[in-house]
Design a protein around this ligand. Sequence first.
Ligand SMILES: [Zn+2]
Length: 557
Amino acid sequence: MKFKDMPYERPDIEVLERKIDELIKKQQDAKSGEEQFEINKEYYTLRKDFETAYNIAYIRHDADSTDELYEKENDYFDEILPRWSNACIKYSRALFDSPYRAYLEEKLGPVTFKNMELDDKSISEEILPLMQEENALTSRYDKIIATAKIEFEGETYNLSLMGPFARNKDRNIRKKANKAISDWFMSVTDEIDEIYDSLVKNRTAQAKALGFESFTDLAYCRMHRNSYDKANVEIFRKQIKEYFVPFVAELAEKRAKRLGLDKLADTEIGVYFKDGNPAPVGSPEEILRSGQEMYSDLSAETKEYMDFMMENELFDVFGRKNKAAGGYQTYIPNYESPFIFANFNGTSGDIDVITHECGHGFQCFITRKDEILDHNNLGMETAEIHSMSMEYFTYGWMKNFFGDRYKDYLEMHLEDACTFLPYGTMVDEFQHIVYDNPEMTPVERKETWKKLEQEYRPYIDFEDTEFFALGGFWQKQTHIFDVPFYYIDYVLASICAMQFKIKMDDDFKAAWEKYLELCKLSGSDYYTNMIKKVGLNSPFEDGVVVEIVEKLAKKVI
Ligand SMILES: [Zn+2]
């Protein structure tokens, strides 16, 4: 069914809560695992109905902020979502305590139950007021960032609109833009410091109330880190520092030369070519059409997927007035339809939508018949492998998007992916230090960041831009405030996607088959098991990162 024809009906939370209570009762009265499994299907139906309505309303609201109907629906969902999650957690508990647990685990998978256990550890009545306060604090931070008014060359811009100036091909414009951004941050950094300080103390109090030693342990539960722990991540970070940092330093040197500079500064973050980064050549319509051709060539499965997406009008990617900013991929379960929302703006980011977001969508499409809804509950370190690997699998078609500059694009893409790893790892280590030492002052936190910059990005000079020189860069990184510890996931996924890149350069077809296998595994097993099953090495094993670096170095240096 075309997206525009999908009917919408508001779910009634009172009715849903009653139905969930009935299901809990039925589960408690059930006489066998088989019976419980059947009852669980009714629960899945409720969830699918809810998610279908929610996603349709959400997308239509984003598509046109002046549409009053969906504005109201959006407000309604904001209001009822906590009640809905609460009802679902209550239901999970009933299943978790089942006397037929062994049978259910066999059917639903061990990960489902492990995640229930982690959810259960992460919440209690006692911490609800703290959680509300935490939400209020993150909203305050989000609002400061979203409503930033930056004066630049006689106009006022928000932070995301400053992006193109900060990456302009003219270094002077970049310098001025960075100064304007820095000045703005200097004017709000005291307030951001105060918010973050309260967040750290609040989260630490939540962790203590739940019996954890520090917030880090609670965050690992919240993030469903069900197959690796702090010690594993530490081994991984060490490898990144030891092998990726010097490798990226070499790439930075090469890039500086290309840009005609002795050393990169903060003005060169995201800047790869003297005459500007490569941008797609076609119109937005042509980009979509090239995308369809590309997926037709790539494999039978991707052809079926992309034809389905186009046929059912499941892309809303062209820029338009009254449309929400940003982009995402989501899934409408009752119509087995992925949906991709974006705002094409003429940069290489438009092609990321066609490769990266379409990679997420492809994985949803390929597993649309999976009966076990919990398998969709993927960890981000797995989900991002699907999308990041698709970026590499589509390298061979980039000429259709970038014309003569496709080689520049490929060079930029791989350099950018490599450059991200030290940064992503630094964001993770910073948070470990912060939550291990909740009494640190705001000044000490900035000093910590500054020290980490020297360890992870010694090839970038931050001294000329006041706010960055002070160690304030992390205040731009919204994840640190909104979803603590959600960041190493990208790095862990990227390391796996890079392994696919190395494999596909040897044998494209064999690598594709393994990728397809991983997509189909969905969330049926733990991250560490699934990557092993498809022949990838675990990033937590010593020696894995150095091997990847050696192989990639041959491709890019
Ligand atoms: Zn993604």
